[in-house]
Design a protein around this ligand. Structure first.
Ligand SMILES: [Zn+2]
Length: 83
């Protein structure tokens, strides 16, 4: 389903709250903005923050969320202890 939004006087477009929640988008994330040959505007997540510790280093995207390598390693260790 597409959402319709007006461009503000400052040129901003608000991403609907339900999309921000579904995609884990948080205030402060950096987005790349470009456009296709057809004139469609494309937003691409350029940089974000770890879902757990808010770090912005060594991030991977998992299920639409950023997770840092430190938190991944902590989860691995905890998972190994529960096997
Ligand atoms: Zn983390």
């Amino acid at each position: 389903m597409l959402n319709q939004k007006k461009i503000s006087r400052a040129g901003g477009v608000t991403i609907p709250a339900h999309l921000r929640r579904e995609l884990g988008l948080e205030a402060g994330e950096v987005m790349d903005i470009g456009y296709t040959d057809k004139g469609d505007i494309v937003l691409h997540r350029a940089r974000g923050f770890c879902l757990f510790c808010k770090s912005d280093h060594d991030l991977i995207m998992y299920e639409g969320r950023f997770v840092c390598s430190t938190c991944i390693n902590r989860m691995k260790k905890e998972a190994e202890q529960h096997v």
